[in-house]
Design a protein around this ligand. Structure first.
Ligand SMILES: O=C(O)[C@H]1O[C@H](OP(=O)(O)OP(=O)(O)OC[C@H]2O[C@@H](n3ccc(=O)[nH]c3=O)[C@H](O)[C@@H]2O)[C@H](O)[C@@H](O)[C@@H]1O
Length: 437
């Protein structure tokens, strides 16, 4: 920069000096100097604008791994080749098949649901922003898996309305399976903004586009068992109160259920919320306890096992991924059409909420014992008090509503499911030699 400034200083300030020059190169040199001056001038203006923009932006921390800044990432989409891939992925290949936009398709549940839909001949298009809440290479591996079965995942954020509108322009989706979210209960204290961004703003952005789409799709989306919060009545039934969330994560999922009500009420969108209960299995999420317990037991690291006051048991209604996938597909298959068109409601539309759990809670210490047996390694147990960061003491699903209305019937117990998870984990991480991040 100082070099550019010295060039500026070099430019003669009196026109007389210019006249004295007789050299045939004078004209050119003059032009060269003046264009250099212009260039330098505009460079300063440009640089100034960048600095003003940078210092005025809400957060000046440009770390790419900060998910609250996800909206600033740009993705490449569009063009004839891209549209062709979108169309081909979403093409229905079976009689009476449905055409589904799966958000969060590179996520744990999203990958399994997308693969299952594709297997039965439905059209499936994925959408995912590949954020780095956990190791994105696992998401890329899931993407590669889906790609092999013919599912294309568009890279983009659900907050990008222009992208969503484009997708609905290219494909008349009959259904949306909305699984994109900021998950995790405890992380909400570290990065609250990412929950608002994905679970509230993102949901509204998606519903806005769905309500204007013609035809409007039916939407099935992931709520959470955490909406039961401080509810103590067990097992948790859909009729129980859900107005005491224990974490911001739970609060954003509960807000999602209320937002769903609004869009159903005003625009006639068919909406089904599924309250998942601690879903686990192969290709799972590394931020979840069963996953990082496995990693740390293998590494010989101690694992923190929470217990409630007075040595009270902490338990979860762990639900195996294949059972959740069956529930998701059954919910899609029983979803009625939305009733609105042109952004206007034409009649009452379906609004549903279901628990999808396993109905048999298991103490976290028993989960660890099962892992010890499967891994043939003793865990270094570090028993500690349940931290006050959003965790609840236990969850237990009453699933009779989903059972009655679409035949949901979980069939995998924790021992069987963890066996499948451990087998996958060991082969994915190269026999445990390459540790999970
Ligand atoms: O069911 C749900 O709705 C939620 O299930 C999980 O949340 P959570 O049940 O807390 O799952 P984990 O974080 O894997 O924890 C499982 C159990 O292990 C316990 N835990 C967790 C972490 C730890 O270090 N030690 C420990 O004992 C927790 O208290 C909990 O009882 C998911 O992370 C959420 O995204 C999902 O919405």
């Amino acid at each position: 920069m100082s070099k550019q400034m010295s060039h500026l200083d070099d430019i003669p300030s009196t026109p007389g000096k210019f006249k004295m020059e007789k050299s045939p190169f004078v004209h050119n040199r003059l032009r060269w100097h003046s264009s250099l001056a212009k260039l330098t001038f505009w460079s300063f203006i440009f640089l100034g604008l960048i600095l003003i923009f940078f210092f005025r932006s809400p957060s000046s921390n440009p770390l790419p791994q900060d998910p609250s800044r996800r909206s600033l990432r740009t993705y490449n989409w569009g063009g004839p080749a891209w549209e062709k891939r979108v169309r081909s992925s979403a093409r229905v290949r079976s009689h009476n098949g449905i055409s589904v936009l799966v958000t969060g398709a590179a996520g744990f549940v999203g990958t399994h649901v997308s693969a299952a839909l594709k297997r039965r001949g439905d059209g499936v298009l994925g959408l995912d922003n590949f954020n780095d809440y956990y190791d994105p290479s696992l998401k890329r591996a899931r993407q590669a898996l889906l790609e092999r079965s013919g599912v294309f995942i568009v890279e983009g954020d659900i907050n990008d309305s222009a992208l969503l509108r484009k997708l609905f322009e290219v494909v008349a989706f009959t259904h949306v399976m909305h699984l994109a979210a900021q998950a995790g209960v405890r992380y909400a204290m570290e990065n609250p903004g990412s929950y608002v961004h994905s679970n509230i703003a993102g949901l509204v952005s998606l519903l806005e586009v769905c309500k204007s789409a013609n035809p409007q799709p039916a939407i099935v989306w992931a709520s959470s068992s955490s909406v039961y919060g401080l509810n103590t009545k067990v097992p948790f039934s859909e009729k129980d109160r859900t107005d005491q969330p224990a974490s911001l994560y739970a609060a954003t999922k509960k807000a999602g259920e209320e937002i769903a009500h609004t869009y159903n009420h005003i625009y006639g969108l068919s909406l089904t919320g599924l309250r998942f209960f601690t879903v686990y299995g192969p290709w799972g999420r590394p931020d979840m306890a069963y996953f990082f317990f496995t990693r740390d037991i293998l590494k010989g690291k101690s694992i923190p096992i929470f217990e409630a006051a007075n040595h009270g048991t902490v338990a979860r209604d762990f639900t195996y991924i294949d059972d959740i996938v069956k529930g998701c597909l059954a919910a899609l298959d029983t979803a009625e059409k939305s009733t609105g068109s042109g952004g206007k409601k034409k009649g009452p539309a379906q609004l549903r909420v279901y628990n999808l759990g396993n109905t048999s809670p298991v103490p976290v210490s028993d989960l660890v014992s099962i892992l010890e047996r499967l891994l043939k390694v003793n865990a270094k147990r570090d028993i500690m008090k349940l931290p006050r960061n959003g965790d609840v003491q236990f969850t237990h699903a009453n699933i009779s509503l989903a059972q009655r209305e679409f035949g949901y019937k979980p069939s995998t117990d924790l021992q069987t499911g963890l066996k499948k998870f451990v087998r996958w984990y060991l082969s994915y991480y190269n026999g445990g030699k390459k540790a999970a991040g």
